[in-house]
Ligand binder design. Structure first.
Ligand code: BTN
Length: 246
């Protein structure tokens, strides 16, 4: 696939139900690839697997449009590309000795085991099942979080601006998209592994077909999580949530 500079066109709104929804509306009206929307707050922010995404003013809520013209399976790889770009962005911003953001499969960004950012991918396909529109939504917690399983960038750095996070992220995303389009997924997978949370550790994966326990062995070449089960079999997990024991 040809490597092309992304032409990001950024729109800001004060309040919206979900930036994913707003971006879909823009796509219906013919928005170009590279259209980006971000909001001060969301009244109906959505997370993965039908969960709600709390969206008070002060964090970053953003969705961007790609038109990859690829299979659904390939579109799923963009979650890893986005995750690596986000981890890279956050790493530079927190710049704290010995603390590195981690990626929990499939694509949560954690700092010190607490969630700092999440990614939601939604697609539109044509009659041949080709992905014509890829809606990439991500939320980055910036507000300090006193307690709970969330963490914000302000817990590590002073004066973090959403626009700085967004602009740095878009530069990184373009860089990693180009790496992927030039060299394929292997380089992305190895960047993802360098941030991986729980690699080599025992955990469990909760999927629609059941719960599996084992050791997180690796990320497969197509983004699946490879779990070494207690009976010695390798189970490929392609969708679900993982939890680690430590
Ligand atoms: C997750 O970890 O469950 C994914 C969270 C994705 C949240 C973002 S915030 C911007 C965009 N709009 C939404 O409604 N959701 C995504």
């Amino acid at each position: 696939m040809a490597v092309m500079p992304m032409n990001w066109k950024i729109h800001h709104v004060k309040s919206v139900d979900s930036t994913q929804h707003l971006l879909r509306e823009k796509a219906v009206s013919g928005a170009d690839e590279g259209t980006v929307v971000y909001a001060d707050k969301q009244t109906g922010g959505r997370g993965r697997q039908g969960r709600q995404w709390d969206s008070p003013t002060g964090n970053l809520y953003c969705s961007l449009l790609l038109k990859p013209e690829c299979s659904l399976q390939e579109a799923g790889l963009y979650a890893f590309i986005v995750a690596v770009a986000l981890a890279n962005t956050i790493e530079d911003i927190i710049d704290t000795d010995g603390i590195q953001p981690k990626l929990k499969w499939p694509n949560d960004v954690l700092i010190e085991k607490r969630k700092c950012a999440g990614i939601l991918l939604e697609t539109e396909t044509n009659s041949k099942n080709i992905v014509t529109h890829l809606f990439i939504g991500f939320g980055v917690n910036i507000l300090p979080q006193e307690e709970g399983d969330r963490i914000g960038l302000s817990d590590y750095a002073e004066g973090v601006l959403r626009e700085t996070v967004l602009n740095n992220f878009l530069k990184n995303l373009e860089y990693f998209i180009n790496i992927y389009r030039k060299n394929g997924f292997l380089e992305i997978a190895s960047a993802w592994r360098s941030y991986a949370f729980g690699l080599g550790e025992r955990g469990r994966a909760r999927t629609v077909s059941g719960e599996y326990h084992g050791v997180f062995k690796d990320l497969d070449d197509d983004g699946a999580l490879l779990l070494l089960l207690d009976n010695g079999d390798i189970k490929r997990i392609t969708a679900g949530d993982v939890y680690f024991e430590k």
